[in-house]
Design a protein around this ligand. Structure first.
Ligand code: ZN
Length: 80
């Protein structure tokens, strides 16, 4: 369960997992769901919580398309 304190704090954040999870899933993964795919940027939210052994309640990973066509992690946010 994500605390309301955390929700308020993350509302200024474009990678707010609450807002991301309100969107349709672009591609469901085993550990992460893909919520945004612009072709150059992908945003995932973890499906796992602390109870599952994850680092936080709603881990957000942002990947960018690099030269050579591989995706690299450019940002990670721990939430809750
Ligand atoms: Zn985390």
């Amino acid at each position: 369960m994500i605390s309301s304190i955390y929700q308020a704090r993350s509302q200024e954040n474009r990678y707010n997992p609450v807002a991301l999870r309100a969107r349709p899933v672009v591609y469901p993964g085993h550990f992460d769901n893909l919520y945004v795919d612009t072709g150059r940027l992908r945003v995932y939210v973890s499906r796992c919580s602390r109870a599952d052994g994850a680092c936080c309640e709603a881990h957000v990973t942002v990947e960018a398309l690099a030269r050579g066509g591989c995706w690299v992690t450019v940002r990670e946010e721990h939430n809750g």
